[in-house]
Design a protein around this ligand. Sequence first.
Ligand code: IMP
Ligand code: MG
Length: 430
Amino acid sequence: MKTVAVVGVQWGDEGKGKIVDLLAADADVVVRFQGGNNAAHTLVVDGEKFILRMIPAGALQGKVCVIGNGMVVDPLALVEEIDGLKRRGRALSPADLKISYDAHLILPYHGAIDRAREARLGGRAIGTTGFGIGPAYEDKMARVGLRFEDMNERAAFAERLERNAREKNALLKGVLKAAPLKVTELVEQVLRARNRLRPYLCDTAAYVREAIGAGRRVLFEGAHGVMLDIDHGTYPYVTSSNCGASAVFGGAGVAPGQLDGVLGISKAYATRVGGGPFPSEMSGALADSLRDEGAEFGSATGRPRRIGWFDAVLARHAVRLNGMVGLAVTKLDVLTGIDPLKICVGYESGKTRFDEVPASRRLLAKVKPVYETLPGWSDDVSGARNLGDLPVNARRYLARIAELSGTRLMMVGVGAGREAAIVIENPFAD
Ligand code: IMP
Ligand code: MG
């Protein structure tokens, strides 16, 4: 395949960053097409840890990175991200990083609105990252958002920014009962970021189209996961974008026929950060030990992640929706020593059994999981580089996950480092 999209099967944090970094070795261009800095892709390269928020994970392989039009971008945070990489010897020039003119801006008032709304929701809060993702996408859809293109004319941009900020301050003060922002300071900050980012702006859809036309390999890097998808996830406990493969077309500006395949990424167990249904959630000592073992604390916000067993019902839903040709299962090593292991294979509500996600997402919050039990393993798997290096029970567990999900196993992650992986089938192999 020449063009591959990597999509999260669960609620984000599946380890997409690691898989993208690994696959990027064989790609020419890596494209983000949705979401913003609510994402946080953690990569460990030569023992050094990097967290990328908006810059595609291909940056550490020295590939061309594209911030597509479907993303929402916080210009202040992006400047910080670029500077952070530069400080660590990974400077990105405009030849390395291309930002779409059409991408919408997340501005400081979006974050303030996001946080004020969440605070007012109290116990019903979504548990957002608080970075203004929802309010920025709202402005986009309401056709009042500012885009990178608007930066072209400094005076007109400053004027619109100021007008928006005053309007949002009225909302913050009058309706949300939150502190307003200092408008002059806000405008100055954003204008400074404007000067830094302008050299990177271009028509990224044309760039990607030409790359594909020239036969180059393009990797589309999804953020979050299918269960956080605005349409197909656990609404309203979702993020404000489509997180599946369908978003590649709108969010990167490529035609449907130009995407050769979709690879799903799933952890060997499940996690979720924020509120909302999680049928296979577990609690107690096992959850705590998995959280510690798997370092399951949000990379964007530091929040402890909720922990659960692998949910095959949701995985099947994600595989089908996205036509996933294969699955990369990450963090297998974290399950070492846990015996027995459980896989959620269905749900029950009263006498009703569900083998598929119930149409009512409210019901999903009430169902009881039905588990299948499998024997675990105790040997360290972190050094495995071939399926044959794994204990037989680990292989059985993986095979069962793939079978229940309705797709084939293509990769397995056995540790945090770039090298800690088993590649059964490389999607970029001809
Ligand atoms: P928002 O995207 O900040 O609006 O947050 C909405 C929901 O999506 C919350 O439950 C967040 O915790 C969750 N979320 C957003 N991005 C990610 C991610 O990259 N990983 C895990 N959860 C995420
Ligand atoms: Mg993450």
